[in-house]
Structures are given as C-alpha cells and as structure tokens.
Ligand binder design. Sequence first.
Ligand SMILES: Nc1ncnc2c1ncn2[C@@H]1O[C@H](COP(=O)(O)OP(=O)(O)O)[C@@H](O)[C@H]1O
Ligand SMILES: [Mg+2]
Length: 248
Amino acid sequence: MGARGKLAQMSIRNVHKTYSIQGEKIHALKGVDMDIEDGSLVCIVGKSGCGKSTLLKLMCSLESKDEGDIAFGNGIKDLPKVSIVFQEPRLMPWLTVRKNIEFPIKGKLGKKELEKRVTGQLEMLGIREFENAYPSQVSGGMAQRVSLGRTLCYEPDIILMDEPLGALDAFNRKKLQDEIVSIFKNEKKTILFVTHDVEEALILGQKIIVMEEGKVKDSLDVEMEYPRNPSSVEFINLKKRILSLIFG
Ligand SMILES: Nc1ncnc2c1ncn2[C@@H]1O[C@H](COP(=O)(O)OP(=O)(O)O)[C@@H](O)[C@H]1O
Ligand SMILES: [Mg+2]
C-alpha cells in the first residue's frame, strides 16, 4: 500500500442528483450509498436509465451532486487521481495514436520518460504498430485500446469505466475484458466498471452492485478466481441471481 494509504477508497453516502430539462425535474439519483475498497474491481449493473452514468460523472466531478457525500481515502487529505473511460473512445482525430495517448501527461514528464511510458502502454495494449496511425484509420477495438492507454498513462488511482466495451464486437470485447482483468491484477488499480451486461460484470467484478431507479438495490461479492468460466455452475447461478435482481 505504501505511504499513500488507502487513497482510492471511496465512500458514497446518500447521494442525490436531479436534472432539469425545460423546467421538468428528473430525479436521477435518489440516495445512493456505496463503499468501494482500495484496489478492488467493482462492477455496477442495472437497467438503462437507473443512474449508472450519472453516478460515475459525480465521482469524477463532471457533474455536481445536489446532496450527500462522496469521500475518498482513509481520512487523509490527499485526493486520488480519478479518470474516466467512456463507451466512445473520444480521441482527438488530428493526433496520431501515440500523440493521443501522451496527451494528458505531455509537458509533465521529460521527453525520454514520456516516450518510455507511452511505448510501454502501446506495447501492453498490443497497438505499437499503429502508433503513427490516426483514429480514423484504426478499428473500434483499437480505438478503445488507445483510449484505455491514454487513461493508464495518466496513472490514475481510480479508473471509472462507463460501458467502455459496449460498442465492440464479441471478439474484441472478450479480448479487452481479459486485458482489463490483467491491468487490474498487474497494476493494482481501483476500477469501477459500469455495464448493462451481467455476464461481463461476472467476468470482471470482485463485487457487483445492482442499481435500480437511482438507488443501490443490492450488492454481491464474487469469489471466483480469474479467469472466470462462464459455463461453470457457480457462474451460471450467480448470473441467474443477478438477472432476477435486475428484471424481477
Ligand atoms: N444531462 C442530462 N440531462 C437530463 N437528464 C439526464 C441527463 N443525463 C441523464 N439524465 C437522466 O437521468 C436518468 C439517469 O440517467 P443515466 O445516469 O444516464 O443512466 P444509465 O447510465 O444507468 O443509463 C435518466 O432518466 C436520464 O434520462
Ligand atoms: Mg449510462
């Protein structure tokens, strides 16, 4: 753990968020309570519109909450670095793959150090040979790897992922799921992964939180070892349980 303590621990209490569209109020979060342990991989599942994206946006201050608390760390003052990956890669079309990845840390590291860190990410994500390509020249799966590489380069303590694999084909999706598990194991990051795919949540999560209509409905610890086997009895039973929590 080191001197930084449990920096990436997160405690969410009674969080509310209301949006307003032309005078009409939408109560997106209605008192969310959640605890995220430092160094854990937690998945949030729930029907579309239940408030998953809103919650992630509040966690990284892209939106502000109306009420409640979002506290980080173990009572220490230092704030963790929080970073978010969206479903669409949101790359800058005028920059190459390499330049997109180095973007968040450009100017913060010496030239050599920067180059080394970006090369490391390119290699880890298997996109080194595309480093000079532009976003329009790479596939969706590649682009999402670039987006992930850009996030990892920034070395966040907490990575928030909002259905990052939702737009990928089954093959790339499976590959990136495996990569996320290995990033989690090797880099010991705290990862919060939103998905509407229960099977994906079971492949990734140590804990699965089920949301419903702006609240946490239930949460389950998943004890299975990685890599998880979707045809095992334990997997299938947990899947049934979560599906019935979501769809009743
Ligand atoms: N920027 C916004 N303005 C108004 N309403 C919003 C906005 N973002 C989300 N909502 C509404 O808030 C609710 C929760 O949305 P969201 O957090 O995106 O859910 P999820 O990610 O689980 O699908 C939905 O009813 C959605 O329509
Ligand atoms: Mg969403």
